[in-house]
Design a protein around this ligand. Structure first.
Ligand code: NOJ
Length: 732
C-alpha cells in the first residue's frame, strides 16, 4: 500500500467499499491517517491563498507543487467551477494519496449576487430573510467551486470606529446570536453532503470586536464576565446551529493571543460547548504572536498554537515550516497532529468530497445559479428591508410622481461602493447604482456628482447647484467609499467626509428639501446633517441591487421598516456607546454636576439601538403581562396591541426589553429579550404576544454560574430601546 497513488484506490483496497458516500466512516479516516506521511499530515493542516490576480485566478507555481506533494491540503481565494476543478485535479491525480482539497473563500454577504453588508442585513431584524440570503450565497459559492465560507462574522461590535463593525450584526447579544445561528443554517443547510451547502466558519474567536479605541487588530482587555455575557453568546449560538469550523481572532485576550488561547479553544469551545469541527487561524495570526510578544519566533508560535488546539494554519506557513522539527524535538506529539488532521478530514468527508471531489465544480450549475434573476430579486428584497429611515420631516418622503428631482453626490452613481469591503466575487459592472435605477425606471432626474468621496476639489459644485436650483427635491447620496470600513479600516472620526459636508451645505442654501441617502459601513455621527436634512435614510452598503432597492424606498413602493442594530452616537467622544449599559452609582441628573455625564454632549445617542421610522405611524396600547409573581418553571406571557395609525401599510419591529434592577451582580439598564416583525394595513390592529421563561431571567453571577435570583424584574414593549419599562414582575 505504500505506493498507492489515488485515494479512491486506497479506499477500495483497504475498505472494500462499494459506495464511498455511505460507508466512509471515522475508522476509514483513521486508516487513511495511518498511511499518511508526516509531510502529508502537515499539508492537511495548511491553508494557502491562491493569489487571485487581476486577470484571473492564478496560483504560485510552488503552491501547485505543494498540492502535488500533499504539502498544501487546502486553498482559499481560488474560485469558479473551472479553476477549482483544475486545482482539484492536481490534488486527486497527481498527489500520492489523492486527498481532495478544501476550497475556502470570504463569502461574507454573497458570492456574486451581493446582499447588503451584514450590519445592513441585521437592520432587517428578519431572521428568515437573513437565512435565505446566506442560503443563496451558499448556492452560488458552491456552484463556483467552493466548499467553505469564512462567515458568519459574529463579533459583537460596540465601537463604530472599528471598520469591521460592517461585517457583523451590531451591538446586541440577543439579536446577534439569533442572526449568527440563522446565517450558519443558511450556509450549511440541513445536509452538508448536498452540493449546494458550504461549511460555515464562526469568526473571529474571540472578542475581536472589543479592540481598544476601535483600532483594528488592537489589544483586547475585558473581564471574564464581559467575555461570557457579551462576546461569547453568538459563538455558542453558532456551535448549537452546527457550525463546522471556527476561526481565531488576531487580538490577544487577557495577555494571550487568541490563536494560542487554550482556555478559548479547548476549555470553552471543545470541553464546554462540545464543538467537534476544526479551528483555523486567521491570516498569519500564528506568526503574529511574535510581534505580540508571546512567542520568541515563528517556530515557537507554531508550538504554542498547535498545542492550544488550533488545527489549521491560514497562510502563515508556520506548521508547514516547523511542525516536523517540533515533533522531532518532542515539543508536539503525533497524537496532537493526528487529531487535527482527523478533524479536517472529517469535514471534507462530511461535504462528500471523498465521494466525489469535483461535485462542487459544475459549470452548468454555475451558469444557471450565479446572479440568477431570483437571486437578484432576493438581494433587492433584503436591501430594501435593511434601510432605516432616520428622519422624515413634513413627510418629504416618499417622492411624489410630480416631483422634479435632482440627484447629487459622489455615491449616486458609484456601483463598487454599493458592495462593501468584502464583496467576494461581486462586481461593479453587475451592480445597479441609484442613478441607473432611476434611468431604468424611466424616472427623470437631473444628476450631478458634485465631488468625489474624499478630497478637496470643489469644481463640480456649480453643476450640482445648477441641477439643484431647478428641482423640487434634492436627493444626495453621500457617505463612505467601500474601503472606509471593513478590515484595517478604522476611523477616528466617523463623519461624512468634509468635502461632501461642504457640498450638502451649499445645496442646503438653495432652501429646497434635502433628502440624504447614506451609504456607510458603520454608524456615522450625523448631528449636523440632522439639522440640515429634511429626510435621512441609512442605506448601508446595499449590494448588487442597491439602486432599485433605494428607489423602492424613496418612491414608497417599499415602506421602510429597518431598525438600527447599533447605536448612532452624537459625536466620537461618546464612544463606546450602546443601549445596554450599566446604571453607575451616580446616574445622570441634568442639574447635578456630580452625576455621570459629559460637560459638552448629552449622554444619550443621536439614534438609539432599535430605532427606525416608517412612512406610516404605529401606536402601542394595552401593554400587559399575565402574572405579577412567578416561580421557577413558569412562563411570563406579554401582550401589546399594535395599531397602524397612519395611512399606508407597513411593518413594525416590536421589541421587548427587560431590566433586573437589583442583583448580586449589577445588570444592564436594558436587555433586548424578544422582537417580532409585524405587518399591518392602515387602521389595522394586532395583539402582539411574547412569552419568556425564567431561563431568560438568568445571568452569570460572581462565580460565573448561570443563575436567576429572586426579586423584581421590569419589562417594556415598544418601537426601540428608548422604551420605558413599566411592567413589574416578582420572581419568588
Ligand atoms: C483576514 C480576516 O480577518 C478574516 O476575516 C478573513 O476571513 C481572512 N483574512 C481571509 O481572507
Amino acid at each position: 500500500m505504500i505506493f498507492i497513488r489515488h485515494f479512491s484506490v486506497l479506499i477500495i483496497i483497504t475498505c472494500q467499499l462499494s459506495s464511498f458516500s455511505q460507508s466512509f466512516t471515522d475508522d476509514k479516516i483513521d486508516s487513511l491517517i495511518s498511511i499518511m506521511t508526516l509531510e502529508e499530515k502537515i499539508g492537511q493542516l495548511t491553508l494557502f491563498t491562491s493569489d487571485w490576480a487581476t486577470t484571473g485566478p492564478t496560483i504560485r507555481e510552488n503552491y501547485l507543487e505543494d498540492i502535488r506533494s500533499g504539502r498544501a491540503g487546502n486553498i482559499f481565494n481560488a474560485h469558479t467551477a473551472a479553476y477549482n476543478r483544475s486545482l482539484q485535479k492536481v490534488a486527486i491525480e497527481e498527489s500520492r494519496l489523492g486527498i481532495p482539497l478544501l476550497f475556502g473563500y470570504d463569502v461574507i454577504h454573497g458570492y456574486k449576487t451581493i446582499f447588503p453588508i451584514p450590519l445592513g442585513e441585521a437592520a432587517t431584524w428578519d431572521l428568515e430573510l437573513i437565512e435565505r440570503a446566506a442560503r443563496i450565497a451558499a448556492e452560488e459559492a458552491t456552484a463556483g467551486g467552493l466548499h467553505w465560507t469564512f462567515a458568519p462574522m459574529v463579533d459583537i461590535a460596540r465601537d463604530p470606529r472599528w471598520g469591521r463593525i460592517a461585517e457583523g450584526a451590531g451591538e446586541d447579544v440577543y439579536l446577534g446570536s439569533l442572526i449568527a445561528a440563522a446565517r450558519v443554517r443558511g450556509f450549511q443547510g440541513n445536509d452538508l453532503t448536498k452540493n449546494n451547502t458550504l461549511l460555515a466558519c464562526a469568526k473571529h474567536f474571540a472578542a475581536y470586536g472589543a479592540a481598544q479605541a476601535g483600532r483594528d487588530y488592537h489589544t483586547v482587555d475585558i473581564s471574564k464576565r464581559t467575555l461570557w455575557e457579551t462576546y461569547l453568546p453568538p459563538f455558542k449560538a453558532c456551535v448549537d446551529a452546527g457550525a463546522m469550523t471556527f476561526m481565531t481572532s488576531f487580538n490577544e485576550l487577557d495577555g494571550i493571543p487568541a490563536s494560542a488561547h487554550r482556555y478559548l479553544l479547548e476549555e470553552i469551545l471543545r470541553d464546554t460547548w462540545k464543538f467537534e469541527g476544526f479551528v483555523v487561524s486567521d491570516y498569519t495570526s500564528i506568526n503574529e504572536m511574535v510581534p505580540h510578544g508571546y512567542a520568541a519566533n515563528n517556530k515557537d508560535a507554531g508550538r504554542l498554537a498547535i498545542n492550544a488546539g488550533l488545527d489549521m494554519d491560514m497562510q502563515g506557513a508556520v506548521y508547514y515550516d516547523y511542525l516536523e522539527d517540533l515533533l522531532a524535538e518532542g515539543e508536539v506529539s503525533i497524537q496532537t497532529i493526528d487529531l487535527s488532521v482527523k478533524r479536517i478530514l472529517q469535514a471534507k468527508n462530511k461535504l462528500g468530497l471523498f465521494d466525489d471531489p469535483y461535485r462542487y465544480s459544475d459549470e452548468q450549475r454555475e451558469k444557471e445559479v450565479v446572479l440568477s434573476s431570483a437571486n437578484k430579486e432576493l438581494a433587492r428584497e433584503i436591501a430594501r428591508n435593511s434601510m432605516v429611515l432616520l428622519k422624515n420631516q413634513n413627510s418629504v418622503l416618499p417622492l411624489q410622481d410630480s416631483d422634479q428631482i435632482a440627484l447629487i453626490g459622489p455615491l449616486a452613481d458609484s456601483p463598487i461602493d454599493m458592495l462593501g469591503s468584502w464583496h467576494a466575487a461581486g462586481q461593479a459592472n453587475q451592480t445597479t447604482s441609484v442613478l441607473h435605477a432611476f434611468n431604468q425606471a424611466g424616472k427623470k432626474v437631473a444628476y450631478a456628482q458634485g465631488c468625489t468621496i474624499e478630497g478637496t476639489d470643489t469644481s463640480g459644485f456649480s453643476e450640482a447647484i445648477e441641477k439643484g436650483e431647478t428641482a423640487d427635491k434634492i436627493i444626495m447620496v453621500v457617505g463612505e467609499h467601500f474601503n472606509m470600513s471593513g478590515e484595517a479600516a478604522s476611523r477616528s472620526q466617523i463623519r461624512i467626509p468634509d468635502i461632501q459636508q461642504l457640498l450638502i451645505k451649499r445645496l442646503s442654501e438653495l432652501n429646497k428639501p434635502i433628502i440624504l441617502v447614506l451609504i456607510s459601513g458603520r454608524p456615522l455621527c450625523l448631528n449636523w446633517e440632522l439639522q440640515i436634512a429634511d429626510a435621512i435614510i441609512e442605506a448601508w452598503q446595499p449590494g448588487t441591487m442597491a439602486g432599485p432597492a433605494i428607489l423602492d424606498v424613496l418612491s414608497g413602493d417599499h415602506n421602510p421598516s429597518g431598525k438600527l442594530p447599533v447605536t448612532f452616537p452624537r459625536n466620537e467622544g461618546q464612544i463606546p456607546i450602546f443601549y445596554n449599559v450599566k446604571n453607575t452609582g451616580r446616574p445622570m441628573q441634568p442639574d447635578n454636576k456630580y452625576s455621570s455625564k459629559y460637560l459638552d454632549v448629552a449622554n444619550d445617542p443621536l439614534f438609539p439601538f432599535g430605532y427606525g421610522l416608517s412612512y406610516t405611524t404605529f401606536s402601542y396600547a394595552n401593554m400587559s403581562v399575565d402574572k405579577t409573581e412567578i416561580s421557577d418553571q413558569e412562563d411570563l406571557n406579554f401582550s401589546v396591541t399594535l395599531t397602524n395609525s397612519g395611512s399606508v401599510a407597513g411593518h413594525e419591529i416590536v421589541q421587548l426589553y427587560m431590566r433586573d434592577p437589583v442583583a448580586s451582580v449589577t445588570r444592564p439598564v436594558k436587555e433586548l429579550k424578544r422582537f417580532e416583525k409585524v405587518f399591518l394595513q392602515p387602521s389595522e390592529s394586532k395583539e402582539v404576544k411574547f412569552s419568556l421563561s425564567t431561563e431568560e431571567l438568568k445571568f452569570y453571577n460572581s462565580d460565573l454560574q448561570w443563575v436567576f435570583e429572586p426579586g423584581e424584574f421590569r419589562f417594556g414593549i415598544g418601537p426601540d430601546s428608548d422604551v420605558e419599562l413599566t411592567l413589574n414582575v416578582v420572581l419568588k
